[in-house]
Ligand binder design. Structure first.
Ligand code: NAG
Ligand code: NAG
Ligand code: NAG
Length: 458
């Protein structure tokens, strides 16, 4: 901030006095808001559409951890049992409360049957069926809104194969099957468009050979070349290749032609996403340097490569699963920590310029319960969808990974609202709440606000 003054003739004392003034204002401001107790109880409102109030209701949830199973006294003596945490329960295939995290098939959301009162309701964590009655396979995915056809396309990892460990120390995996694609006009009823980029079965040196790794595919449209461009994380079974892959198609439903893979800017790249800004410039954001930091840089005009411009952001913060969005000229990002398939705490970040500096604002999760908030509702961010007609309103798309059976990983979609002041002092700008708060509200069931434009088209 001080840089702004350095070139001007403005006297030092004016700077000091304005700082003092601002600090006093901030002090007063925090006094007013401290009365509200927890920051999350601050009322936002006024600037928001009345239809959104429903989404901003704080919904509490209690999960009871079952008592530990009886063990023989001898076993107990050999290895004293540590208290079970909710994350242990989440990761335990035989947990008595498994249904809390992975609700039964009987509760699947079926858009062809759930007509009437249940139409358009999202049930985070339940099995979600496509219009043919099969569970949607689009994990670690992202959404493209195709203006030409007024259709949403959901791309993600098609993981409908057996989960196994390639070797003793390897993480749970499913062989590459390809990138699944689903289309929808309303973001609720999804038609299976098939596998739009398929695995390579025979050529063992090919990036898409089924024994390799393809994660987090994202697609954007290039107006200049009229091509749909897909970027994805490409790796070998041990995650040592750490590259991005690029594929291209004339149609949103593919088939996509795989072009090549590379290490962007010469650096390791694991979890990644791409973001297309209003001015048509697209960016790659990826976890690098052993996932200790993120890198960001613009793509070339055809979106088929990175340029040589790159900035390191969130250095030393060990974040992955980035999901970017923009509101009123400010850039926001949700990330997760790095704990493999196990869920962890999400953080929201903000920046005035997409190239940084990026500032970490804190955990955006509201409602549920404390452990749910500390685990992003047992899920990991993958994408944020803007809701046209409701500025400041978005959907967070997250994956509830099931490492015991990855194809049965669930989707957690929740309303994400930008608005209201942040509730903790920030690292720079002397603690001024420069950014709006980002809030992700837990709901057992919820639907998009009445009058959302997607429904009018139906
Ligand atoms: C829909 O909701 C109304 C009012 O709550 C209820 O009377 C009706 O039985 C419900 N219909 C279905 C099909 O569940
Ligand atoms: C196998 O894939 C590699 C890498 O994409 C390629 O260079 C090679 O030509 C392919 N071989 C065959 C037989 O298609
Ligand atoms: C992966 O790591 C395992 C164990 O270290 C090793 O046996 C295997 O050859 C490695 N595979 C590849 C493709 O690097």
């Amino acid at each position: 901030m001080l840089k702004r003054f350095s070139g001007s003739r403005c006297s030092i004392s004016a700077v000091v006095w304005s700082l003092v003034g601002c600090l006093l204002m901030f002090h007063f401001y925090s006094l007013v808001h401290r009365k509200d107790g927890m920051g999350r109880e601050i009322q936002f409102g006024a600037s928001h559409h009345p239809q959104l109030r429903e989404l901003e209701k704080v919904e509490e949830e209690s999960i009871h951890i079952p008592p530990p199973r009886k063990r023989s006294p001898r076993a107990a003596k050999r290895k004293p049992k540590r208290p079970t945490t909710i994350i242990d329960e989440f990761l335990d295939e035989n947990s008595q409360i498994r249904h809390v995290f992975f609700p039964d098939q009987k509760l699947a959301v079926d858009p062809m049957k759930d007509a009437g009162n249940d139409s358009y309701y999202y049930y985070p964590g339940r099995i979600w069926l496509d219009t043919e009655g099969n569970p949607i396979q689009a994990h670690g995915g992202g959404i493209l809104y195709d203006e030409k056809s007024g259709t949403y396309y959901w791309y993600g990892e098609y993981k409908d194969g057996p989960t196994y460990h390639a070797h003793k120390k390897g993480a749970a995996r499913v062989d590459i099957l390809g990138v699944g694609c689903y289309s929808s006009k309303d973001l609720w009823k999804w038609n299976n468009e098939g596998i739009v980029l398929a695995a390579e079965k025979t050529n063992e040196t090919h990036d898409l050979h089924e024994l390799n790794v393809l994660e987090r595919p994202k697609v954007i449209y290039n107006h200049k070349t009229a091509k749909y461009v897909m970027w994805m994380h490409i790796d070998d079974v041990n995650y040592t290749k750490a590259s991005v892959g690029i594929a291209i198609s004339d149609y949103p439903t593919g088939p996509f032609d795989y072009l090549y893979s590379k290490r962007p800017h010469g650096f390791e790249s694991r979890d990644m996403t791409i973001f297309k800004d209003d001015d048509g410039i697209a960016y790659l954001i990826y976890s690098s340097e052993d996932n200790s930091e993120l890198h960001i840089g613009p793509l070339t005009e055809d979106y088929l490569d990175v340029t040589n411009i790159m900035r390191r952001i969130l250095v030393g913060q060990h974040r992955e699963a980035p999901a970017l969005f923009k509101h009123e000229g400010t850039y926001y990002m949700i990330t997760s920590g790095c704990t493999g398939w196990a869920p962890n705490e999400a953080l929201a970040h903000a920046a005035e310029s997409i190239m940084g500096p990026w500032e970490t604002m804190g955990n955006p999760c509201i409602g549920g319960n404390k452990m749910a908030r500390l685990t992003t509702f047992f899920a990991q961010s993958t994408f944020v969808i803007p809701l046209p007609g409701f500025p400041g309103s978005f959907i967070l798309m997250a994956d509830r990974w099931n490492p015991a059976d990855l194809r049965d990983s669930r989707y957690v979609w929740l309303p994400l609202i930008v608005g209201g002041p942040v509730d903790r002092p920030l690292d720079y700008n002397f603690g001024f709440p420069l950014w709006s708060r980002v809030s992700i509200y837990w709901h057992r069931k919820w639907k998009l606000p009445q009058g959302w434009s997607g429904w009018k088209k139906i």
